[in-house]
Design a protein around this ligand. Structure first.
Ligand code: DON
Length: 573
C-alpha cells in the first residue's frame, strides 16, 4: 500500500472511530425548557427515544437518557413529570402497569393498580332500591381506590434504577415549583373542569383560577411540589405515611371518602408474570391480570392467526369483519371471567389455550355479522383519560407504561394541601352485574368490589421483539378501546407492514361485544363503512379512539410517533 493510500485509510479509520465514540455518546445534555417547547409528532432517533402524552414529559425522558440513564430510569422520571404537566391523566394519585424488557432479554411486569379501600364492599354504590348510583363511583371522594403509582415507581426503581432517585424526581419538582406553560388543549381541559373542581373540592386547587386559562399560561403547583419533595426525601413513605398520608385521610374525612391511614400503609405494588406469546414469529410481551388487556390481545391475535389478514388489506371489509368478530368474542370472555387474580380464580390457561381460542371462532362465517345479546348500554360520551408512554434506551432496554386516574382529571378531588388529583378507578369494578360502567363495560362476580381487591383494567402496555431484538413499544389510553387500539396497531405494524406513523394515525374502529356496535372515528373511510354495513353491522361515530405512543425499530433506527389526536410528543437522541 503506498503512503497516500495508507494516509487515506488511517484518516478514514480515525474518522470512523471518532464517529463511533461520538455517535454513542450524546452531546452535552440540554436541560428542559419549561416555558418554550415544541410538540414533536414524528422523528427518527439513532440511540434512544421517548413518546409520551406531553412534550415536557418526553423532554424529561430525553434528558435522563442523555445523561446515561436507562429506559427504566427515564420511565420513573417521565411518570413523575406527567403527574405535574399532564394533570388529566398523569398522576401520583392513580395507578397503572409497567412492562419492562431488559437488554439481557428478560421481561418483567409491575402492577401498581389501585386497590379498593378496606371498608369498601360489594354493594357500596347501590341505593336503597338496589340501583347502582354511578355518580358515586365516578366522581368525588368515594370514587377513589388506594393509589399505587408511588409504590410502583419505587418497586421499579429498586429493581432497575441506576441513577440517583433524587435526580429522577427532580425535574418533576422543578416543573411543579417553578411552573411551566400549558398547552391550548390543557387550558381547555382545565376550563371545562372548573365547575367540577369547585364542586368536589373543599379547598381551592391550583387548577382553578378566576379568569379562564389560556394557551401558554403558567401553571404553578406549590402543594404538589412539596408532596414530591417528601417522596424525594423518604421514598414511598413520603406518600403512604407521614404528612402526605395525613393530608389524604383528612381530605377523605372532609369529603365523605373511605381511604384510611391503614389502607395507605398496606398498599403494595406487585411484580406479576408477563404474558408472552408468539404471533407469526414476533414475540409479544404484555400485561396480565388484573389488566385484561394482555389476555384479550393474546386471544384476539390467536383467533386471527389462521386467516390471511395481510392479504385482505388494511380496513378492507374482510379485515374489519374478522377483527370485529374476534373482538366481540374476546370481550365476552373478559366480561364473564376476568378479575383480580388475587381474589378470583380466572381460568387463564384455558382462556389462551389455542384449541379453546380457535373453537371460539367455530361459528364465524366470513362476511357475515354475528349478534351480541341485546342490552341497553353505550359508551358514555365523556372524555376518558389515561396515558401511556414508550421508551427505548441506547442498550435496547424497553419500557411500556400505561397509567391512569381513570376519567379526565380522575375523581376531580384534589387532596387539600398535597396538590394532586385522586383517581375514580372504583368505577372499573362492576358496581352491579349487568350495569355498564363509564366505558359501557359489563362485569360479573369476577369483578365485583371487595376490600383490598384490584379493579379489572383494560390497560395494555406492550413490547414486541423480532428475531430476538427490540422491534416495537406500544400502548394507549382509551378505556375499553385500549385493547382494540393496541390490537389494531399491532396488526397494522406486523401484518400490514405500515410505518409507525400510519399505524398510529390512521382512523380506528372498536367493538366490545356489548353494546353490539362498531364504534368508529369521524374520519373513518366512508366506503369501508358502507361495505361493512352491507354485511349487517351497525356503526356509531364517536370521539377519538386512544392516543397511541409507538416506537418502532427498523433498519437500526427508532421511528418515534406521538399520536396526532393529542399533544403527544416525542424526543430522543
Ligand atoms: O384501567 C382501565 O381500563 C381504565 N381505568 C382506563 C381508563 C382510560 O383509559 C381512560 N382514558 N382514556
Amino acid at each position: 500500500m503506498n503512503l497516500q493510500n495508507h494516509m487515506k485509510r488511517s484518516t478514514l479509520f480515525f474518522t470512523i472511530s471518532l464517529f463511533l465514540v461520538w455517535g454513542c455518546r450524546p452531546q452535552q445534555p440540554v436541560a428542559v425548557d419549561a416555558y418554550n417547547y415544541p410538540i414533536v409528532k414524528h422523528d427518527t432517533f439513532q440511540h434512544a427515544a421517548v413518546s409520551s402524552a406531553h412534550p415536557l414529559a418526553s423532554e424529561v425522558g430525553r434528558y435522563i437518557l442523555e445523561q446515561g440513564g436507562t429506559a427504566m430510569d427515564a420511565a420513573i422520571a417521565v411518570q413523575y413529570a406527567l403527574a405535574v404537566v399532564y394533570p388529566n391523566a398523569g398522576n401520583i394519585g392513580g395507578g397503572g402497569f409497567m412492562v419492562v424488557h431488559t437488554k439481557e432479554g428478560q421481561s418483567y411486569t409491575i402492577d401498581f393498580r389501585e386497590k379498593a379501600p378496606g371498608s369498601a364492599h360489594r354493594d357500596m354504590y347501590l341505593d336503597s332500591l338496589g340501583n347502582a348510583d354511578l355518580s358515586k363511583s365516578q366522581n368525588g371522594h368515594l370514587a377513589s381506590g388506594v393509589p399505587g403509582s408511588v409504590a410502583g415507581m419505587e418497586l421499579a426503581y429498586n429493581k432497575f434504577g441506576t441513577m440517583d432517585f433524587k435526580k429522577l424526581i427532580q425535574p418533576a419538582i422543578d416543573l411543579a415549583e417553578k411552573g411551566f406553560t400549558i398547552t391550548e388543549r390543557e387550558a381547555k381541559g382545565l376550563n371545562r373542569m372548573k365547575t367540577d373542581f369547585v364542586k368536589y373540592n373543599t379547598q381551592t386547587p391550583a387548577f382553578v383560577k378566576e379568569q379562564p386559562w389560556q394557551d401558554k399560561d403558567t401553571l404553578i403547583q406549590s402543594d404538589l411540589a412539596e408532596t414530591l419533595k417528601r417522596i424525594q426525601q423518604h421514598g414511598s413513605k413520603g406518600f403512604y405515611e407521614g404528612e402526605t398520608a395525613r393530608l389524604i385521610v383528612e381530605e377523605m374525612k372532609r369529603g365523605g371518602g373511605i381511604i384510611s391511614e391503614q389502607d395507605l400503609k398496606d398498599y403494595v405494588a406487585q411484580e406479576r408474570k408477563p404474558i408472552v406469546f408468539d404471533y407469526k414469529g414476533y414475540e409479544i410481551i404484555t400485561m396480565g391480570l388484573p389488566s385484561s388487556g394482555g389476555l384479550v390481545i393474546q386471544q384476539m391475535m390467536e383467533m386471527i392467526k389462521p386467516y390471511p389478514i395481510e392479504q385482505y388489506g388494511f380496513q378492507s371489509k374482510e379485515a374489519i369483519n374478522l377483527m370485529v368478530e374476534v373482538e366481540r368474542r374476546a370481550y365476552a370472555d373478559r366480561t364473564e371471567y376476568m378479575g383480580d387474580p388475587d381474589f378470583v380464580d380466572v381460568p387463564v390457561a384455558k382462556l389462551v389455550d389455542t384449541m379453546y381460542v380457535r373453537s371460539r371462532m367455530a361459528d364465524f362465517t366470513p362476511l357475515q355479522a354475528s349478534r351480541s345479546e341485546h342490552i341497553k348500554a353505550g359508551l358514555v360520551k365523556e372524555k376518558e383519560e389515561t396515558t401511556h408512554f414508550s421508551i427505548i434506551d441506547k442498550d435496547g432496554n424497553m419500557v411500556s407504561l400505561t397509567t391512569t386516574i381513570n376519567g379526565a382529571y380522575g375523581s376531580r378531588v384534589v387532596v387539600g394541601g398535597a396538590g394532586f388529583i385522586l383517581n375514580n378507578e372504583m368505577d372499573d369494578f362492576s358496581a352491579k352485574p349487568g350495569v355498564p360502567n363509564k366505558f359501557g363495560l359489563l362485569g360479573t362476580e369476577a369483578n365485583s368490589i371487595a376490600p383490598g381487591k384490584r379493579m379489572l383494567s383494560a390497560m395494555s402496555p406492550t413490547i414486541v421483539k423480532k428475531d430476538g431484538k427490540p422491534y416495537a413499544v406500544v400502548g394507549t389510553p382509551g378505556g375499553s378501546t385500549i385493547i382494540t387500539s393496541v390490537f389494531q396497531t399491532l396488526v397494522n405494524l406486523l401484518d400490514f407492514d405500515m410505518s409507525a406513523y400510519d399505524a398510529v394515525n390512521k382512523p380506528k374502529f372498536h367493538h366490545q361485544w356489548m353494546p353490539d356496535l362498531i364504534y368508529i372515528e369521524k374520519d373513518f373511510d366512508p366506503q369501508a363503512r358502507k361495505e361493512v354495513e352491507a354485511l349487517g353491522y351497525v356503526f356509531k361515530e364517536r370521539e377519538n379512539i386512544g392516543r397511541t405512543e409507538v416506537l418502532l425499530v427498523r433498519d437500526g433506527k427508532i421511528e418515534a410517533v406521538g399520536d396526532n389526536r393529542g399533544d403527544d410528543s416525542v424526543a430522543g437522541w
